[in-house]
Structure formats: C-alpha cells, structure tokens
Write a protein that binds this ligand. Structure first.
Ligand code: ADE
Length: 423
C-alpha cells in the first residue's frame, strides 16, 4: 500500500479520488433525507464555527453525511472506527475535497489510534462516534480536550451502553446524544441494514448457497433478528442462541429454533455473532463444528469470536479467498473465518445500503444541530433526540418514496384522549 501523507490527511491512495466521487454520487442519489437537510441548511450555515471530529466507518454514505455537515458550515476531521471498514476511494475523494481525513483500509492498531489522535489534535467542539473510541480517548488520554468539547453523538448500541455506564459512574464530561436510540435509526438500520449488509458480506466472502443451510445467529436483538429474517428469506434454516429469555421467546414465536451455542455449534453451517458481547464462539464450539463451517461476526467489536483459541487448535491456515481464512484442524476439519472476526458487513461488503443510512445519518446531522444549539444547557449524560424528529425524518423518507399516508381528523384526535367514554 502506498500512503499519501500531507499535513492534514493520510489516506491509502489519492489517485482513487475519481472512483470515490462516483461512489458518493451514487449514495447521494439514494439519500433524499440527508440531501433535503443539506439543501435546507447550506445557505444559513447553522454549524459555522463548529469543529466536528468524527470517528465512524468511512463509506460512501458517511461521505454524504460529511459533505452535509460541511455544507451547513462545520469544519471536519475524520477517522474510521474500524481498521477494516474504510473505503479507500471514498477516503481519497474526501481528502481531495479538503476534509481532514485520516483513514485507510487495513490499519494496524498503531495507525488506528494515530488517526483518532489526529482528529483530537484538530481541536473539536463536537465529537461524532460509532463505537465510542473517540470519546473514550478524549476522556482518558486527552482529558484537557474533554474540557473544550461541547458535546458528542454516538451511533451504535454497544457504544451507547458503554457511555451510559460511563455517565452512571459520573465520568462522562459532556452531553452525548444516543443517535442509536432514535426509532428511525435502530428500527431500520439495525434490522434491515444489518440483515442485508451482513448477508452481503457473507456471500461476497464465500459465494455459498444459503438455501438449505443451518444458519446460526448468536443474539436475537435487532441486528440478529435482521440477519435471521434475511437468511430465512433465502431459504436457510435459522437457529438463534440467546441469553435473554424474552428475546429467545420472540425468536421462538417468529419460527426460529432456539438452542444453546454448545448445541448449535454441532448443527450450524454458517454462524454469525450479533451480540456486542465477548467470547460467544470459543474453542469448545470450534471443536464441535462440522467440516466446512463458516463463522463470522457483525457486532461492533472483534471480540465475539475467540480466534486465539481457534488459532491454538489449528494445524494450518491459508487465505482461500478475500476475507476468508481456512483453519484446518488436527482431524482434517476445515473452519472458515470471515473478515478476521471483524464486522463482516463492512469489511467484506459495503456496510448498510444508502437508503437506510439516509435515516441514521439524518439523525446524526440533527444531533450535531441540537448540540450546536444547546449543548451548554443540556448537562452531562446520555440524551435522546426528540420523538417528533423521528416522525419528520420518516415523513420525508415516505414522501421521497411517493407514499402517502392518512391523517387523523380533529374528531379522532379528540377521541384518542377522551376518557369520559368507555365501551
Ligand atoms: N454502519 C453500517 N453500515 C454503514 C455504512 N454504510 N456507512 C457508515 N456506517 C455504517
């Protein structure tokens, strides 16, 4: 890899910029909500004076968010939030457009944190995270910077959980908006986005037939459910593993077989983890898998598959296809691990489709607007976006799809709150 390093960016190869611009054009044509926000705010520039440091997958969809934040007046520095999720062409296009971009595909740990630190050096007034690495680093490695940041936002379930724990311990120094918790984010991105993009990653890395396979989903939260739905739609026999009784019950009533991972390990042909928890598939599970089992993860961190234990049991390893490593065992069984156990949807495919990121990133944009307007009065802690915003975002999305819906009459509105009449 040739990296191009200048004062204010570091990307893999600037000559990929033209390819990146085409990808971004494609995404823009499918992100009508974000484009409407851009049009609305590019004249008044309500984010003028804000310095936004972002730490979120550098994809064509993220580029549309970055351009929109910039059109609204913000200055921006950006790093990826996963070593294997950066689209180098998109990163090059953004660097060429003057964004302080520090991201390339295949970063090592040092490069990953160096990139985040460059964004901290930029002196942000606002932080925008996916997985909370930037916020953690600001708080624990650069606490003096935390004093000058007004607020931040967080994209993902795992990040929000950790930030709530940090707030409960009194350690979070500024207000953070849990973008993940907006209905137009979690109910769409986590389910349909993760479902489609994870299967896309599995198929690009393996090209196997899913029909008739036993497809094991670890975790039946929104992301796991999305994967299960789509795998079922392609003819797989879906099995879920869970630790939460209500989620296990939902899976059962949705026609998904539920069992422990010890049992599922013996039955599965394809495994995907979507739990946000470590050590979901460990040595003893790999030990009992069938020859040819395919294993991957779609959770934010790469700790769900215990690859150290798999490595220790393995007699030989080879890269058999892009993002697909074959681990041969003493008894001759072959296990295939995709994308090194990192987010398979971003490492082996392109992440969630633009249509769904449109709503997630409209929420990110609105979070930045809200913080720019009133972070100082919000108080430290984790906040959510107002519910009306969800309806507004969903309304624009529906309009862009040419779908009309009904409206309540005045009489119906009155009826909804009338407690003087029963049956
Ligand atoms: N997370 C999941 N899919 C994504 C995408 N396409 N862009 C940015 N972040 C994502």
């Amino acid at each position: 890899m040739t990296t191009t390093e200048l004062v204010n960016y570091k990307v893999a190869d600037l000559s990929l910029a033209a390819e990146g611009r085409l990808l971004i054009d494609w995404a823009e044509s499918r992100m009508p909500v974000l484009m409407a926000l851009r049009e609305k705010f590019e004249k008044t520039k309500p984010l003028a004076g804000q310095r936004i440091a972002g730490c979120l997958h550098v994809t064509k969809e993220t580029a549309v968010l970055i351009r929109t934040l910039r059109a609204a007046g913000a200055e921006i520095a950006w790093s990826g939030c996963n070593p294997l999720s950066t689209n180098d062409a998109v990163a090059a296009a953004l660097a060429e457009e003057g964004i302080q971009m520090y991201a390339w595909y295949g970063q090592d740990t040092e490069g990953f944190y160096w990139s985040i630190d460059k964004c901290i050096e930029f002196g942000p007034t606002l932080t925008l995270d996916d997985g909370a690495d930037l916020i953690f680093r600001v708080h624990f490695q650069f606490p003096e910077v935390a004093e000058t940041v007004f607020g931040g936002s967080e994209e993902t379930t795992t990040g929000v959980h950790r930030l709530r724990a940090m707030a409960a311990d009194g350690k979070l120094k500024y207000p953070v908006i849990a973008v993940n918790d907006a209905e137009t984010k979690w109910d769409f991105d986590n389910v349909y986005g993760t479902g489609q993009s994870s299967l896309d990653g599995i198929l690009r890395a393996t090209s196997v037939l899913l029909a008739g396979k036993n497809f094991v989903v670890a975790g039946y939260g929104h992301c796991g459910k999305g994967c299960a739905l789509r795998a079922k739609g392609m003819g797989a026999n879906v099995i879920a593993t869970e630790v939460k009784p209500t989620s296990a019950l939902k899976a059962t009533l949705e026609g998904v077989r539920v069992m422990t991972m010890d049992e599922a390990a013996k039955e599965g042909d394809v495994f995907i983890t979507a739990t946000g928890m470590k050590d979901i598939i460990v040595g003893r599970h790999f030990e009992s898998m069938k020859d040819g089992a395919i294993v991957c993860n779609t959770g934010h961190y790469d700790c769900e598959l215990n690859l150290e234990e798999l490595n220790a049991m393995t007699v030989s390893r080879r890269e058999i296809r892009d993002n697909c490593i074959e681990y041969t065992q003493k008894d001759g069984r072959r296990i295939y691990v995709l994308a090194e156990g990192r987010l398979v949807n971003l490492a082996a495919a392109e992440g969630h489709p633009s249509e769904v990121m449109d709503m997630s990133f409209a929420n990110q944009f609105q979070a930045m607007m809200m913080l720019a307007e009133k972070a100082e009065t919000m108080g430290q802690g984790v906040h959510v976006l107002p519910e009306e915003l969800d309806q507004e975002i969903a309304g624009i999305k529906l309009a862009s799809m040419g779908i009309d819906i009904d409206e309540l009459t005045d009489e119906q509105v009155a009826y909804a709150t009338d407690y003087s009449q029963g049956t």
